[in-house]
Design a protein around this ligand. Structure first.
Ligand SMILES: [Zn+2]
Length: 499
């Protein structure tokens, strides 16, 4: 038995003007064939696949296709999409014949030439392997599920958690479902329901009992444990995608029971639709957030979620809204903020530790919603932002944000990296020689995932309503291609959705 495994991992934010290119994938780490299997055996979904497949009594032969990862950013160029498709199809030619294909797709990837990259890849793979070979794909719950994805895959298996702490386990679930197909002979039937709604990511915390997402996660996991149900997932989608098929979706896979798949799917979809307003959260203005951080907790840590500039949401990571406000205060303990700027890193390296960087800072990559800040800072440290990420998003994922520096203005520390990456991660600050948990304030460029690290230790967390490429009030921004009506852009009558 030969099983081919591969990965495509990029989440697009169509508001980010910086395109995603082949070079971004190559810098993050493309792996092919045996290298993929050797190097990814304990990492993310691929690790979940590999360890599960190795534990099967049938001892299948595992064939590595290709691993194509790039950090969330703007839409991929047309040439990048063509290269991705060629890589996947070429690797399938090398791997043929295979009894099944197991793909770790992330979802929500868009290219200039193709709004539904995962759908197009699944379609190309299906054409290549034919109708009989099972294709099981895993996805982030922020994926935008499309008709093409459902039609071309045998089954889709979604993360259950946000913060994403079940990435490896989702790989295991995908492999387990594939084994039921190949060994137990189940015949997967996938039902789905697209809902005309998109919800903010900030309150969609599946680990917080007060969040609507907690109840829905429990509902899906209970469903998945029932006999005859092979998978159940809710894709609340990530909102910063101006594409024609944008919307949330529920997917239920049964063992051949068409009616049950649809009725269970609709049962979940009804709950999601009914409770959509529960996803709307409390937002704090930039000036209020920083003032509260300064005044309210002289002892503890306050975390400000700059979700609009979240690098995990594909934002450019060089917004200056929070930084401009932070430097107005005389902090007694460090106030930490991050910035993506290869130019500033290069300038600071030339100046050396102790040198004065004259500014300006930021507002270059995100030139639509932010502007450069005139600010002189002192170069405090040069370092390489390289570490292994576990927790939200990852299990043992190597991260390299390139040469980096710490700039200082009073007690405000600005951690500047050459490349985008997980700027919420405590390990980034620790690699820079700073303990984020003893800081007075940390600006986390993340809408929700940062909570996995900070919620247990922060005195307070505030979600800041700054402008940016991944705003929490996205429906107030200009979208041209999304389907309408779509909530919350449009009010839709409760009973207009017949489920
Ligand atoms: Zn996600």
């Amino acid at each position: 038995m030969r099983i081919a495994i591969g990965q495509l991992w990029q989440e697009t934010n169509t508001f980010n003007p910086t395109p995603t290119t082949r070079q971004d994938f190559e810098e993050f780490g493309v792996l092919r064939g045996r290298d993929l299997i050797e190097q990814m055996a304990d990492t993310n979904e691929l690790g979940g696949f590999i360890q599960s497949l190795r534990a099967w009594p049938e001892k299948p032969e595992i064939v590595g296709l290709v691993r194509l990862p790039a950090w969330p950013s703007g839409a991929a160029t047309a040439a990048t999409f063509d290269w991705i498709r060629d890589e996947v199809l070429g690797s399938l030619d090398l791997a043929a014949p295979c009894d099944a294909v197991l793909l770790a797709l992330h979802g929500a990837m868009v290219s200039e030439s193709e709004p539904d990259v995962e759908g197009a890849i699944l379609e190309a793979v299906r054409q290549k392997v034919g109708p009989e070979v099972p294709i099981v794909a895993t996805l982030d719950l922020h994926t935008n599920i499309t008709e093409k994805m459902v039609r071309c895959a045998s089954a889709l298996v979604l993360y259950h958690t946000a913060p994403h702490i079940d990435v490896f386990e989702t790989g295991q679930r995908g492999a387990a479902l594939l084994r039921r197909i190949l060994v137990d002979g189940v015949r997967p039937h996938m039902a789905w329901r697209k809902l005309p709604m998109v919800v903010p990511a900030e309150r969609a915390n599946t680990q917080d009992p007060a969040s609507v997402s907690f109840a829905l996660r429990e509902m899906l996991q209970q469903l998945e444990r029932q006999p005859g149900i092979l998978a159940a997932g809710l894709a609340t989608v990530q909102p910063w995608l101006d594409i024609p098929e944008l919307g949330s979706a529920v997917v239920v896979v049964t063992d051949g029971d068409v009616a049950r798949a649809q009725s269970e799917c609709d049962k979940v979809a009804r709950q999601v639709w009914k409770r959509r307003r529960d996803y709307l959260g409390d937002l704090v203005s930039v000036s209020d957030a920083v003032r509260i951080a300064f005044e309210r907790h002289p002892e503890g840590l306050i975390v400000l979620s700059d979700c609009a500039d979240a690098t995990t949401s594909g934002s450019p990571g060089d917004s200056t809204w929070l930084l401009a406000e932070l430097v107005k205060y005389d902090w007694q303990r460090p106030a930490l903020v991050t910035l993506v700027s290869p130019e500033v890193v290069a300038e600071a390296q030339k100046l050396g530790v102790g040198g004065t960087h004259p500014g300006p800072l930021g507002g270059v990559r995100d030139h639509r919603f932010s502007k450069p800040l005139a600010l002189a800072t002192q170069v405090e440290r040069l370092f390489d932002a390289r570490f292994v990420l576990s927790g939200h998003l990852a299990k043992n994922l190597p991260i390299d944000m390139g040469p980096s520096v710490v700039l200082r203005h009073g007690m405000v520390r600005i951690v500047v990296t050459s490349r985008s990456g997980p700027h919420f991660a405590p390990l980034l600050f620790e690699t820079a020689g700073i303990d984020p948990f003893t800081a007075s304030v940390v600006v986390a460029k993340s809408p929700c995932g940062f909570r996995a690290s900070y919620a247990p230790r922060a005195r307070e967390i505030l979600v800041v309503n700054a402008p940016g490429c991944a705003p929490p009030d996205f429906w107030k921004y200009e979208f041209e291609k999304i389907p309408r009506p779509l909530w919350p852009w449009d009010e839709i009558a409760e009973d207009a959705i017949m489920l």
